[in-house]
Write a protein that binds this ligand. Structure first.
Ligand code: HEC
Ligand code: HEC
Ligand code: HEC
Ligand code: HEC
Ligand code: HEC
Ligand code: HEC
Length: 309
């Protein structure tokens, strides 16, 4: 998570791909890198607009926040390692630029710029204002550990709420809401009416839709499966203990079963005993086909079944 935002002059992805180009309708986009300087250009064949790239977002796929004549834009095209090359920025596929100036990208207002940096950098926003001089790129320790008084918010406005010191003791629901300040909460997804495959990237929402999720049970919290201090574990078998903490005959009772219930643990799989996530947390591509996420709506996947919301 520390690489969520890159500063100027520190862009290995662009250094490895010094000339990128793609044609979209009447416009040709080019990203050229010489030494530490990258330039983003859009041309309609007769006129070309070029702007320097200062802010690159994303460790894998990469989008640029551009500045021109005092306005800010999210680049219309992004770099996707899976191609590898340029294509429309996720979510901006339907933009219909009326002229070359609009073809640069989606204009973003200061309010939105603040929330981009609020999630992808530290100290970028202080008291609601952009503070480029104190900005530190990436998700840093302070995002999760600074501060003392805290409330968990689901109406993120760029000012970041730090984790309470006792985060480890929080319920699965509180942790989902905390991580969801950036990864989006269940409420955020529902409020925005986001549906379909694009919701697969919003893990707190997907997880809450799973039958496994009990907001009071710490065994299904984000930090039961993820240590936010290290890269995500890629081996399917490494998640087996987390599943078996509920789905085994020796598991501690389910909280929802209550003190008097005879049903003590979650059901046991009759199909396999290992690599649980390989079948029950499928990899799903975003609609543009360039990025893959892991579906946190843990479930029995039936062949041919439509993607469940
Ligand atoms: C301040 C915003 C922020 C918060 C809070 C946050 N994340 Fe993230 N996280 C990100 C960003 C941004 C990325 C993507 C980095 C990139 O692709 O550039 C990310 C990536 C990840 C990844 C993938 C890392 C990898 O190696 O591919 C995991 C897992 C993750 N976060 C888990 C969590 C958990 C668990 C929490 C809560 C304890 C959490 N995050 C809280 C912003 C945040
Ligand atoms: C995305 C949020 C996030 C980020 C970023 C983050 N932490 Fe943490 N940290 C947590 C959570 C959640 C816990 C409690 C659960 C755990 O230990 O995994 C924790 C626990 C800790 C602990 C206590 C471990 C213990 O045994 O009690 C230390 C020390 C720590 N973090 C240091 C750091 C440092 C240093 C950085 C920056 C390099 C950092 N953290 C970045 C979320 C984060
Ligand atoms: C609410 C917090 C939040 C805001 C606001 C936000 N991001 Fe992100 N962004 C994330 C998280 C979390 C990830 C990692 C998981 C994912 O990809 O969804 C991410 C991933 C990315 C990536 C990696 C590729 C991808 O799509 O996964 C790019 C590029 C990116 N963001 C650009 C931006 C830009 C540009 C803005 C502002 C217009 C922005 N983000 C606003 C939280 C945020
Ligand atoms: C029961 C275990 C489990 C829980 C709980 C869990 N995850 Fe994951 N998560 C996984 C697995 C498995 C992967 C895929 C790892 C791989 O193979 O790349 C993953 C991947 C991710 C990634 C990388 C992008 C992706 O979707 O592949 C992010 C970000 C992430 N999880 C965030 C979260 C957040 C936030 C929460 C809490 C709402 C959470 N996870 C809860 C198991 C879990
Ligand atoms: C907090 C405890 C808990 C954890 C952790 C947990 N589950 Fe579950 N899971 C449940 C409960 C409760 C149900 C509801 C049915 C039942 O009692 O088994 C369920 C249901 C399921 C189902 C059936 C869902 C359906 O669509 O009918 C599958 C499959 C499943 N879990 C797999 C997993 C896998 C794989 C993991 C690890 C990645 C996991 N679970 C982690 C508690 C948990
Ligand atoms: C090879 C794919 C595969 C793997 C690996 C796998 N499962 Fe399953 N699982 C299935 C299928 C398919 C079903 C549905 C079986 C049926 O409906 O008869 C199922 C059913 C379940 C159920 C529902 C049981 C019920 O009685 O309703 C749970 C819970 C579950 N699996 C958990 C797990 C756990 C935990 C693991 C890892 C220890 C795991 N699964 C590994 C394919 C798999």
């Amino acid at each position: 998570m520390g690489r969520a935002l890159g500063l100027p002059g520190a862009n290995p992805v662009l250094k490895d791909n010094p000339k990128l180009t793609v044609r979209k309708g009447p416009y040709t986009y080019t990203v050229e890198t010489h030494g530490d300087e990258s330039t983003y250009s859009v041309s309609d064949g007769t006129r070309t607009i070029s702007v320097p790239i200062h802010w690159n977002f994303g460790a894998g796929a990469q989008t640029w926040v551009l500045e021109r004549n005092g306005h800010q834009y999210e680049s219309a095209v992004s770099f996707y390692p899976s191609i590898p090359g340029l294509d429309f920025t996720t979510g901006d596929e339907d933009l219909k630029p009326r002229n070359l100036d609009e073809a640069i990208g989606r204009e973003i207002e200061l309010r939105e710029t603040k929330v981009c940096f609020g999630c992808h950098a530290s100290n970028a926003v202080t008291n609601g204002k952009m503070t480029y001089d104190t900005l530190r790129p990436g998700v840093t320790c302070e995002h999760c550990h600074a501060g003392t008084t805290v409330h968990l918010s689901d109406s993120f406005n760029g000012d970041f709420d730090s984790a309470p010191p006792d985060l480890r003791k929080r319920s699965a629901e509180d942790i989902s809401n905390f991580c969801g300040q950036c990864h989006r909460t269940w409420e955020t997804v529902v409020r925005n009416h986001w549906r379909g495959e694009l919701t697969v990237r919003f893990q707190p929402y997907r997880l809450a839709n799973s039958k496994c999720f009990d907001g009071a049970d710490a065994r299904i919290s984000c930090i039961a499966c993820h240590d936010p201090h290290v890269d995500v574990a890629r081996q399917d078998s490494s998640y087996d203990p987390q599943c078996l903490a509920c789905h085994s005959s020796t598991a501690a009772p389910l909280i929802s079963s209550g003190p008097d219930s005879t049903k003590v643990h979650a059901k046991i799989c009759s199909t396999a005993k290992a690599d649980c996530v390989s079948c029950h947390m499928p990899k799903v591509k975003l609609p543009n086909g360039h990025m893959t996420f892991t579906d946190h709506q843990i479930r029995i996947v039936k062949p041919g079944e439509p993607f469940p919301n």
